[in-house]
Write a protein that binds this ligand. Structure first.
Ligand code: 5AD
Ligand code: SF4
Length: 472
């Protein structure tokens, strides 16, 4: 079989990262290998995101760069997948003549069939059919491509919550959970190829399995916790209204579960929460935070906030600032509200002007910056257990140390904080620390990372710490 090259541009959330990996696996039997060079590609896929206006623009501006490549290589196949594909469907084929395939969020497992047809017949296809079944991908003899220590595993798809600002239920369809056996089998396979940490993904993992009468999410966590060789478990995202006592208890009871929860609050104002259809109040949210901190005092809590939701008054915004002060999040993702096609809030009155939105965003970010730095600074002098994932992307610390180029390794704490460090034994980067569990003494705190030194120059052997001696 001729070797062919596949270039994927993944925009958006971790779920898209996972889906792109499934695409790579599906296309392997057709002879496609991943390429970092877009010029060398025989097949280009843009896996799109529709959550906010900005992400959608990103997809179109990427597509705008491709006509030259298609002119140079008329056999090049160009595909648009993901949420924008699902939302716009056939319209994309009409608007962009050099796109060959539009495949929606439920068409992933038909991708290789479509590519085969396009190669043979040079036809153009739009497949945005939604199904009621969860997509399962058989490994079909293709080994999981694992040179990484941490991987995402989607445990459910879609969403039934219909928050009024959100496009997800419209582009990903209703919530469907995977069977626990296939989740466990996939994680076992990943662990077999060297993975030590998994992040379980779903729009709202807290309601995993309920609709289908499968096990609950805390029960699934328990099963994952039992997988031998796995070191750490993370999950995202949790809807506050569905955060159960059992799940809160899991933070104390499951030793592999990391001490971090991402719990999007969206707003601190009850009237905004109501119009967002979030189905909880500020008081209920604060109560859940209290419960989490009682069970797991050191748990890191992060959140999402939307600023400038239609009708958000100065008082509503102040209520959000007050909530941020009260909770003291470890970090916060802040978004300016944007209208989304099909989401009800697009038709709500009293839209907030961009200049007001931007000013509120700036104020909120400045406030959160203070708490992020406060939380990070509190770790200076402590020793943190890190799972090393690779080299630091930001090479701003890179410099000369005693005549050697110093390499910064990077990993995360159980609380999901990025720690960069130099290891004296691997100054030249010859010996790899990737996948090692290392204790690092934190020396400096920044707003997005920590800097430290390994306490023992010898990395801890895999399997020695973790299961027994490391409590999440
Ligand atoms: N405008 C701005 N932010 C949004 N989000 C979702 N929809 C919108 C929108 N229309 C944010 C929410 C969500 C995060 C993933 O994206 O905060 O939690
Ligand atoms: Fe969107 Fe709300 Fe579902 Fe999250 S819970 S994906 S914000 S509809």
């Amino acid at each position: 079989m001729n070797k062919k090259y596949l270039y994927i541009n993944t925009i958006g959330c971790q779920m898209n990262v996972y889906d792109s990996e499934q695409m790579i696996r599906c296309l392997k039997p057709l002879g496609y290998e991943i390429s970092q060079s877009i010029e060398a590609a025989d097949l280009i896929i843009v896996n799109t995101c529709a959550i906010r206006e900005k992400a959608e623009h990103k997809a179109y501006s990427f597509l705008g760069r491709l006509p030259g490549l298609k002119r140079k290589n008329p056999d090049l196949i160009i595909c648009v997948g993901g949420c924008v594909a699902q939302q716009e469907g056939r319209m994309i084929l009409g608007r962009i003549p050099y796109v060959d395939l539009v495949f929606g969020t439920h068409a992933l497992n038909r991708l290789s069939e479509h590519i085969r047809n396009i190669s043979l017949k040079r036809c153009r296809i739009a497949d945005v059919e939604m199904t009621r079944e969860i997509m399962e991908f058989s490994s079909s003899g293709v080994p999981a491509a694992c040179d990484e220590v941490s991987k995402f595993v989607t445990i459910m798809r879609g969403c039934d919550n219909y928050c009024t600002y959100c496009v997800v239920p419209h582009v990903r369809g209703p919530e469907i959970s995977r069977r626990p056996e296939s989740v466990i089998e996939e994680i076992r396979e990943l662990v077999g190829s060297g993975v030590q940490e998994v992040t379980l993904l779903g729009q709202n993992v807290n309601s995993y399995g309920i609709k289908e009468g499968l096990c609950s999410f805390p029960e699934l966590l328990k099963l994952v916790n039992e997988i031998e060789g796995l070191f750490r478990i993370r999950f995202t995202t949790s809807h506050p209204k569905d955060l159960s006592e059992d799940l809160i208890a899991a933070f104390a009871g499951l030793e592999k579960l990391c001490s971090h929860i991402h719990l999007p609050v969206q707003s601190g104002s009850n009237s905004v929460l109501k119009r967002m259809n979030r189905k909880y109040t500020r008081e209920l949210y604060l109560e859940k935070i209290d419960r989490l901190r009682k069970i797991s005092p050191d748990i890191a809590i992060t959140s999402d906030v939307i600023v400038g939701f239609p009708g958000e008054t100065e008082d509503d915004f102040k209520a959000t600032l007050d909530l941020v002060k009260e909770v003291e999040f470890d970090s916060l993702f802040t978004f300016g509200y944007s209208d989304r096609k099909n989401a009800p809030a697009a038709r709500f009155p009293d839209k907030i002007p961009d200049n007001v939105k931007n000013e509120r965003l700036r104020e909120l970010l400045e406030l959160q910056e203070y708490y992020t730095l406060k939380k990070n600074s509190a770790l200076v002098g402590s020793t943190e257990l890190i799972l090393v994932e690779g080299f630091s992307k930001k090479q701003d610390f890179q410099g000369e140390q005693e005549g050697f180029t110093c390499v910064h390794w990077t990993g995360r704490t159980s609380t999901n904080k990025i720690v960069n460090f130099v290891d004296e034994n691997s100054l030249s980067g010859d010996s790899t620390l990737i996948g090692k569990r290392i204790e690092v003494k934190i020396e400096k705190a920044f707003s997005h990372s920590l800097l430290g030194k390994p306490v023992d120059s010898k990395p801890m052997p895999v399997g020695v710490i973790g299961e027994e001696s490391y409590a999440a």
